[in-house]
Write a new protein. Structure first.
Length: 201
């Protein structure tokens, strides 16, 4: 394929063809098999510098205009999209034109981003300023009820952000650990900690 895109910010082996970028976007939707927002797709491709930011945005918008991507629901205040029939044809007939490493990297990143956004949507963290620092309010959701709610003190905003990030990485593990401690279920605590740190000595 001819190189017809901006190559600023692209790593070696990245995409330099508009058609390749469109194929990759269609491939991602087909492989992930879930609705995704434009920002998520752009981030998934940009994470490993697989294509120029501007070119990804333009390719995405052209796919929408041509009906290859179709509007779905509003999720987290963002419009999401799914593959149209023509987009599915592009994904399945032309995806062999892309390098396996490019497809795998973008696919793995898209799944991770979807999981992170789902976790953040289903579990809650709020950082609140207090007299001597910050309070980090965390809640583990069980659907219609909160399974666990607690507040931790952080002396500065940076530590509060670390607490928030780690909680959202392992909300169910936090719940499992706390439940094990409160019920003196040591085995359950050990299993929960292994999920984070690996096999304990």
């Amino acid at each position: 394929m001819a190189f017809d895109t901006f190559d600023e910010g692209i790593a070696p082996g990245g995409l330099r063809s508009k058609n390749e970028i469109k194929i990759l976007i269609c491939y991602l939707f087909d492989a992930v098999n879930d609705k995704m927002s434009q920002s998520l797709v752009v981030e998934a491709i940009r994470a490993d510098e697989l294509a120029n930011f501007f070119e990804i945005v333009v390719a995405f918008e052209e796919l929408v205009k041509d009906g290859n991507l179709v509007k779905s629901d509003i999720v987290d205040n963002e419009q999401t999209f799914v593959l149209g029939d023509n987009g599915r044809v592009i994904a399945r007939q032309l995806e062999t034109a892309l390098a396996h490493s490019v497809k795998q990297k973008s696919y793995d990143c898209a799944l991770r981003l979807l999981s992170e956004r789902k976790t953040a949507r289903e579990n809650f963290v709020d950082i609140q300023k207090c007299d001597n620092g910050f309070e980090v309010v965390c809640r583990v959701s069980g659907g219609e009820i909160d399974l666990l709610s607690f507040t931790l003190y952080a002396p500065n905003y940076e530590q509060a952000e670390v607490i928030k990030r780690n909680f959202l990485s392992y909300p169910q593990t936090v719940y499992k650990t706390m439940l094990g401690l409160m019920t003196k279920d040591i085995e359950n605590v050990g299993e929960a900690l292994e999920e984070v740190y690996g096999e304990l000595i």
